[in-house]
Design a protein around this ligand. Sequence first.
Ligand code: CAA
Length: 291
Amino acid sequence: MTVNSIGVVGAGQMGNGIAHVMALAGYDVVLNDINEDALKRAVDLIERNMDRQVSRDKITQDARDQAMARIVTTNDLPQVAKTDLIIEAATEEETIKQKIFDSLLPHLADHTILTSNTSSISITRLASRTDRPEKFMGFHFMNPVPVMQLVELIRGIATDKETYDTCLGVVEKLGKTAASAEDFPAFIVNRILMPMINEAVYTLYEGVGNVNSIDQSMKLGANHPMGPLELADFIGLDTCLAIMNVLHDGLADTKYRPCPLLTKYVEAGWLGRKTQRGFYDYRGETPVPTR
Ligand code: CAA
């Protein structure tokens, strides 16, 4: 199947990155969010990120202008429904995702492929509530989308080969690399990454190290580009907690129990960079550890 148009539902941190790379790869993009301000912020951010790519000679001014012209925004969900491939990139909450798919269903074109950028929720379960489980799969980007090379492709139990091959073709057109993952809690990347981040929070909770020493240890001692606590703030502590809960519930193993300190930060509304406070306080010129 040929894909020309992409619908992106949710214009947050992941949605804007997805719209960015899809438009640069030549797809017509319909970017949707219920919040007008979020749509405006997303377009501004895409523009700024593309401008930076132009200034660093990663893309030409012409490619940037053409890509920006391919992005249409709307807060009317049915407008997304006629695209060839829809990527849902809303909040990591199953009920919200289900509501989005429920609202899209009556308006979908027959050939439309539905995907979710979920980082951990069961693809098979999300698919089972739709009219097209064979045309449904996981399409999981990493943050920041324009920079990270990997896309996880997750087949639900009913996903057919044509759907998988079509999504693989899109990943290749983006110039990215696909990793095929089976539909088990948190797939591959987060199954490995999140317990590491959760363990870093336990290390902090138990006083083995402070925010600085933990992050520095992993940057200088394990060559990670970001320390685990800095990375947790970057991903969003609410997302990290949601993924740990999916691992804990889905695999029924206490080794995945979320650290109480992670829960405490989320309860405080200290969700990381997006709320300007998490393991670091971002309100000043330079980030300051909060513990
Ligand atoms: N759009 C476009 N380009 C961007 C960008 C964006 N949003 N963010 C950064 N860049 C570019 C910069 O322009 C820069 O380009 P050049 O190499 O051409 O100069 C390059 O990326 C590096 O950026 P910076 O110099 O600003 O900063 P850095 O060297 O510290 O790198 C980073 C930043 C790429 C984010 C790096 O710190 C990193 O790789 N961190 C780890 C990120 C990671 O692990 N992501 C996965 C999270 S897990 C996930 O996403 C899955 C999930 O479900 C939770």
